[in-house]
Design a protein around this ligand. Structure first.
Ligand code: NDP
Ligand code: 2IT
Length: 462
């Protein structure tokens, strides 16, 4: 089996790939998350580049790792006390080779250029895998929505969109949600876009409410899609979801619907978490209670104990393994944030008998953790493929907006399911073709890359 994900100095056999990794590191030394994904992706592409020496002459990889455009802007807004706060906004338009830039907006205090670029870079390959015509982009702000009133959220969204609206459009760049951006925020953003541009351009944002152009099944899509991918991956390895146990990190949009679909498939979900800690319920998580806390009250996961006193809450300790990963389970579903699972956590989960990891979040495992899982026969459903259901239904929302028509929940869900079946097949076929065996991480990178590379070749040096 080809090795995967090791460091460029020691393992990359293709000289062109090794050079581009080194040059990217030198040019972006202060962007660790971006370098992490570039190293992962390019390392796995080596056998493809071996077959395509012509890519070097047209600097295809150098162009692939350089965003078409980085937009950074000031977002001033007034809080409820009348104080002026200044945040930083971003939109990274990374690759438009196969369609308008597409990707979410993240509002979280940790947001910086490195995180935006890693997310936008990954989005290129993810969006290619969906087989739908969408390029790669991402945006957001270091704004922290926690503890903000509804009016503060609205004023922030309006200020953010006042600048962003100059750079997006339904044929240009179509943002959606991500961490800290859900239906409420998309509504405020859409309202401000419509007001400033004086046009009803429904396809400029996805994840909209059903009343004004949203798609049925978009809220469910990422979590459901993750479980459809897991079903396919287990099936290809002669296993089923039925009867397995799972732990889910996070309790936001992706985590909630991954839990719902997992439970529908007969999986017992033992634990869920937020950034403070995790709840463990040996009877299986009561998802209605979690939804009430997170979606309605916008509260903390520990409040679960108020209605379920027999459950257990464990607080995270800074610098230690997040509490949720200390619980034994067959399926590990990281649905919170990047680099949640490091090598040490990967070792613990493997020792505790994990069968498979389903990456609902973007880049939830460090490269070392992914390599460890693969070396120890723990299957990994890679984020770029396994969480592509969200952006797939976003693209279906764009289709419905163009048609001025909407499909039923069942129609969208059925399309999502078949997209995820095709994505798993594409990952598996590419892994088989390039000698990567069960390394679906490499399979996803290769399958996603090939379409973008062909489009880039066709369109010339741009
Ligand atoms: P939400 O904002 O709905 O939920 C985020 C969840 O992750 C919360 O439980 C949050 O806890 C937790 N979390 C966030 N940051 C951290 C952190 N630094 N440490 C620990 N926990 C954290 O976001 P989503 O569910 O939409 O997104 C979750 C992941 O899925 C992200 O990686 C996102 O990029 C990815 N994703 C999302 C898609 C979508 O359609 N929404 C599509 C594909 C991928 P707390 O409340 O304590 O912050
Ligand atoms: O990471 C992701 O794929 C998303 N946050 C969803 C992007 C989208 O455009 O729906």
């Amino acid at each position: 089996m080809n090795s995967c994900l090791e460091s460029a100095e020691t393992k990359v056999t293709n000289a062109y790939v090794a050079r581009v990794i080194e040059e990217t590191k030198a040019k972006n030394a202060n962007e660790p998350e971006f370098l992490q994904t570039v190293e992962e992706v390019l390392t796995t592409l080596a056998p493809v580049i071996d077959k395509h020496p012509e890519y070097e002459k047209i600097a295809l990889l150098e162009r692939l790792v350089e965003p078409e455009r980085i937009i950074s802007f000031r977002v001033p807004w007034l809080n409820d006390k009348g104080e002026t706060i200044v945040n930083r906004g971003y939109r990274i338009q990374f690759s438009g080779a196969i369609g308008p830039y597409k990707g979410g907006l993240r509002f979280h205090p940790s947001v910086n250029q490195s995180i935006m670029k890693f997310l936008a870079f990954e989005q290129i390959f993810k969006n290619s895998l969906t087989s739908l015509p969408i390029g790669g982009g991402k945006g957001g702000s270091d704004f922290d929505p926690k503890g903000k009133s509804d009016n503060e959220i609205m004023r922030f969204c309006q200020s953010f969109m006042t600048e962003l609206c100059k750079h997006i459009g339904h044929n240009l760049d179509v943002p959606a949600g991500d961490i800290g951006v859900g239906g409420r925020e998309i509504g405020y953003l859409f309202g401000q876009y419509r007001r400033i541009r004086n046009t009803y351009e429904a396809g400029v944002l996805t994840g909209k409410g059903l009343e004004y152009g949203g798609s049925l099944a978009r809220p469910e899509a990422t979590g459901y899609g993750l479980m459809y991918y897991m079903r396919e991956m287990l099936k290809a390895n002669e296993m089923t979801l039925q009867g397995k146990t799972a732990i889910i990190s996070g309790s936001g949009n992706v985590a909630i619907y991954a839990c719902q679909k997992a439970q529908a498939y007969g999986v017992k979900v033992l634990a869920m978490s937020d950034s403070n800690g995790c709840i463990y319920d040996e009877n299986g998580i009561d998802l209605d209670a979690v939804r009430q806390i997170k979606e309605v009250n916008r509260g903390r996961i520990r409040e679960y104990l108020e209605s379920h006193p027999s459950a257990r809450y464990t607080e995270n300790v800074k610098g230690e393994t997040p509490a949720v990963y200390t619980i034994k389970a067959d399926l590990i579903l990281p649905c919170a944030t990047q680099n949640d699972i490091n090598l040490e956590t990967a070792k613990l989960l493997t020792a505790n008998g994990a069968i498979a990891v389903g990456e609902g979040a973007n880049m939830p495992c460090t490269n070392e953790a992914e390599a460890y899982f693969l070396e120890n026969n723990v299957l990994v459903a890679p984020a770029k493929a396994a969480n592509a259901g969200g952006v797939s239904v976003s693209a279906l929302e764009m289709s419905q907006n163009s048609m001025r028509y909407s499909w039923t929940f069942e129609e969208v869900d059925q399309k999502l399911d078949s997209i995820m079946v095709n994505i798993f097949k594409a990952c598996k076929d590419a892994a088989d073709e390039y000698g990567y065996g069960k390394n679906y991480i490499a399979g996803a990178n290769i399958a996603g890359f090939l379409k973008v590379a062909k489009a880039m070749v066709s369109q010339g040096i741009i």
